[in-house]
Design a protein around this ligand. Structure first.
Ligand code: ATP
Ligand code: MG
Length: 483
């Protein structure tokens, strides 16, 4: 059907109007037929009663006397009907009005038969002299023992027809007014459904074109299915917007990451290339300088190695590809071991070591290799940024945590950078990182990931020129439960 292809608004409108016209049309037809039947029936009953009453008045006589003639004439006027009296042969012997021309006429046999059998009869008569059709009722004249003839009462049908026509007209007008009211209501209803859907369509199109900020306005004062749809649509758009923002952020971070890696790789490579070219071109003649160049190139390649290792480690940690080898670990032993490994380097910078470790440190469920990596990184940093000072390793235990602190009395970190030291490749003021302090800027990012992997937390406190302290808190019991 063609109209099915049209807009929702029109389809709703046409469907509702069709249902209304069909429904009310049927109701109208049925009502008008039954009303007309009812009125006709009522009229018949009235006429039958009147005819029976006339018989009651005149049944005392079996002949039409002057008295009877007068009576039926008065009754005819009173009832507004025409009354005929017929004898047993069906011949009209008296009429109520001045209709002498009917006198002596004979009625048909079927009618006479019914009367003589004591039956009442209704029929529509087209009387030649009357230009309008008449509804007639015929009742026997006489008593139950003896029938003298019949009484015929005529009443014009036009009265009934007019009443029925009037009623039909009222019904018609009711339907037309109903149709107008329903059209307005249905239009509003269809509009209130189709309008928000149109808005959703427009918003969806905009979102498809990339405007993820687009939302559909709606009033949730009336919580219906449409507002629920709009609410869900907006939530979906919100989600898209968030995903888009996250994607942008990720893209930005990825680009930063690549730029940082390129930079970090290029620096040692450029240096190595420079030294190699100098050696290749025979610019460095004496053995001592040559040896110095080789050493630097070796250091650069070591640095590159370190960078690639750290990078791989961090990428695996961030993508949760690292799993821990968990055992009961004596953290104090691990800490002492790391200090021992780095002792020479610490002494070289004329720093002294302080260990503050209580007795009976509870064992921690941890990966000892990774724990060693954490401590090495932190102690290495402490030593890198401290000279002629001290480096402290401290262990504390509270009701549910094991707390490890690595403290130094070095150059410290400016407060505005303290937040950023956990970022990949971040180094406070690159100028500070002279050869002796050179690093990749990945150490603390790795440390943080490893501490989190152990369900722990790490924080840093620092005062410029006075020193820095890194504190880690590892849960003692929770960990046991979960492992
Ligand atoms: P890597 O550890 O990869 O060799 P790095 O030590 O430079 O390089 P991180 O360990 O991540 O990188 O440290 C980031 C930056 O934070 C350092 O470059 C340094 O500027 C600052 N920092 C870290 N620890 C200390 C500390 N104990 N004292 C002062 N500054 C520090
Ligand atoms: Mg470091």
């Amino acid at each position: 059907m063609k109209w099915l292809n049209q807009s929702l608004f029109r389809r709703l409108l046409i469907s509702y109007l069709f249902i209304f016209i069909l429904g009310f049309g049927l109701i109208g037809i049925v009502t008008s037929i039954s009303t007309s039947d009812y009125i006709t029936d009522q009229k018949r009953q009235d006429m039958l009663q009147q005819a029976t009453s006339i018989n009651a008045i005149i049944h005392h006589s079996n002949v039409v006397t002057d008295d009877i003639k007068q009576t039926i004439e008065q009754l005819g006027q009173f009832l507004g009907s025409t009354i005929w009296i017929i004898d047993r042969n069906g011949q009209i012997v008296a009429t109520s009005s001045m209709q002498e021309l009917f006198m002596g006429e004979i009625m048909d046999d079927a009618l006479i038969e019914d009367i003589l059998a004591g039956k009442n009869r209704f029929q529509v008569m087209n009387i030649e002299e009357e230009d309008r059709p008449m509804l007639s009722v015929v009742v026997p004249w006489g008593t139950s023992e003896e029938i003298y003839g019949g009484i015929i009462l005529h009443s014009p049908i036009s009265g009934i027809n007019t009443t029925v026509r009037n009623i039909r007209e009222i019904i018609q007008w009711a339907i037309i007014s109903g149709l107008v009211i329903v059209s307005v209501l249905v239009s509003y209803l269809s509009w209130s459904i189709s309008k928000p859907l149109k808005k959703v369509e427009e918003a969806a199109n905009e979102i498809a074109l990339g405007n993820y900020k687009k939302r559909v306005e709606y009033h949730d004062s009336v919580p219906d299915e449409i507002s629920a749809l709009l609410y869900s649509f907006n939530r979906m758009a919100e989600k898209f917007h968030k995903i888009e923002e996250e994607r942008d952020l990720l893209e930005e971070r990825r680009n930063d990451f690549i730029a940082n890696i390129s930079h970090e790789l290029r620096t040692p490579l450029t240096a190595m290339k420079g030294y190699l070219e100098a050696l290749q071109d025979g610019l460095v003649k004496d053995k001592e300088s040559q040896q110095k160049y080789y050493t630097i190139m070796y250091q650069e390649s070591e640095h590159l190695n370190h960078l690639v290792d750290d990078l791989m480690d961090l990428i695996k940690l961030e993508s949760r590809e690292v799993s821990l080898d968990l055992y009961y670990v004596k953290v104090d032993d691990v800490l002492k071991k790391v200090f021992l490994h780095l002792e020479q380097a610490i002494q070289e910078k004329e720093n002294n070591i302080q260990l503050l470790i209580p007795d009976n440190v509870p064992q921690l469920i941890a990966d000892s290799v990774r724990l060693e990596q954490i401590f090495t990184n932190l102690i290495h940093n402490a030593n890198k940024f401290t000279s002629n000072g001290s480096i402290t390793g401290e262990i504390e235990v509270d009701s549910s945590h094991l707390i490890v602190t690595i403290k130094d009395t070095g150059i410290g970190i400016p407060s505005h950078d303290l937040e950023r030291i956990w970022e990949r490749f971040f180094k406070v003021d690159r100028g500070r990182n002279n050869r002796g302090r050179r690093g990749t800027g990945l150490g603390l990012a790795i440390v943080k990931e490893l501490v989190i992997l152990h369900n722990g937390m790490i924080s840093a406190k620092s005062e410029l020129g006075k020193g820095t302290a890194f504190t880690m808190k590892f849960p003692l019991y929770e960990q046991r439960k979960s492992n």
